[in-house]
Design a protein around this ligand. Structure first.
Ligand code: PLP
Length: 338
């Protein structure tokens, strides 16, 4: 049995018993194996190291009220990683293999899935890399797919805390016809400098406008932009530079279930001040309310700095109730680890 103080867990790397790793060579994936050592050996000329052939995913596993262990919509992450693989010329991981990897690695680390009631969950990080040597600019000839797991704390132990966001006009995250819609480390490398700068200035999140004109909202650095209009409509962004978030898709469905209108469309910068609620959504924390957006000398205020707006709070709670098995899984989103 592992000894973990679940109340002290944050969002950080914690070694577990094993990860699962598959190798691709000569046109096919091997059967994969659980690996105890959390290091990887590869050529110093590996394609991922030189030309950034790297894709990742992020999803969560929950121990539910009745003891079942489930992953939240892993098929969606598998499909997204397939799209990322095609765009970065890597061999896609079939959904069946992705789910097999998930089942095997979670089962081997089952005692690292936090108990129900702690608010904690297990974070799953799949990784796909070009590991074969490649010095001429071309796709690598060999690849590794791995899935690591780690227990993760309850981000909102003391309740959901609204944050301030900043818009930088001097940095962009994704080019208009670039790679903003796929999940690659390269996008993160490109935004890390601005991210650190924002942190240093006291802003936990940065909001990006479209790179071409800086007139329309794209998304936050690591999470989608969602808003609740004054008439109750759920509004989110339609842009080629936005990463399609599984959390956002799920919140859209829950909004429709509640009978609210959902709009996926262009969001002009000028509209920001008209919203009743704004949030940043993603797997790690579901939704982070944003109460203030600063751009140069302009400050846009939306909602209270102390409490989450009622609609985003409601959607957050609905999603967590499904994930922790407190509410019926009407859409079949939970994949049971057997
Ligand atoms: C991963 C990610 C998100 C959130 O996606 P989820 O599937 O909800 O976790 C949003 N934006 C970017 C840029 C991301 O990389």
């Amino acid at each position: 049995m592992v000894e973990i103080d679940w109340s002290k867990l944050g969002f950080a790397y914690t070694p577990t018993r094993s990860h699962i790793r598959y190798h691709w060579k000569d046109g096919k994936w091997d059967a994969g194996a659980l690996v105890q050592k959390d290091t990887i050996e590869m050529s110093i000329a590996a394609g991922c190291l030189h030309y950034g052939q790297e894709a990742f995913e992020g999803l969560k596993v929950f121990r539910q009220k009745d003891g079942k262990v489930v992953a939240f919509r892993p098929d969606r992450n598998a499909e997204r990683m397939q799209r990322t693989a095609v765009r970065t010329v890597m061999p896609p991981v079939p959904t069946e293999m992705f789910l097999d990897a998930l089942d095997r690695v979670v089962r081997d680390n089952i005692d690292y899935v936090p108990p129900y009631g702690t608010g904690c969950s297990m974070y799953v990080r799949p990784l796909l890399i070009g590991s074969g040597p490649q010095i001429g600019v071309a796709p690598a000839h060999e690849y590794d797919f791995l899935m690591m797991v780690m227990p993760m704390g309850d981000y909102y132990k003391g309740g959901i805390k609204p944050v301030r966001a900043i818009i930088f006009d001097e940095y962009d995250r994704a080019a208009p016809n670039g790679t903003g819609d796929i999940k690659i480390g390269g996008n993160y490398a490109a935004s890390l400098y601005a991210h650190e700068k924002a942190h240093g200035m006291g802003f936990p999140v940065e909001l990006y406008l479209d790179s071409a004109t800086h007139t329309k909202v794209d998304e936050f650095a690591t999470s989608n932009f969602v808003a609740i209009a004054k008439d109750g409509t759920y509004v989110t962004v339609d842009s080629r530079s936005v990463l399609p978030s599984v959390t956002n898709l799920s919140l859209q469905q829950l909004s429709r279930d509640l009978g609210h209108k959902v709009e996926v469309r262009t969001v002009p910068y000028e509209e920001l001040g008209t919203f009743a609620e704004i949030g940043a959504c993603g797997t790690a924390v579901v939704v982070t309310p944003v109460y203030e957006i600063v751009r140069g000398d302009t400050t846009i205020r939306v909602g209270s700095p102390d409490v989450c707006g009622p609609r985003l709070q409601e959607l957050h709670d609905m999603l967590q109730d499904i994930q922790f098995g407190r509410a019926p899984d009407a859409h079949g989103w939970c994949h049971e680890i057997k």
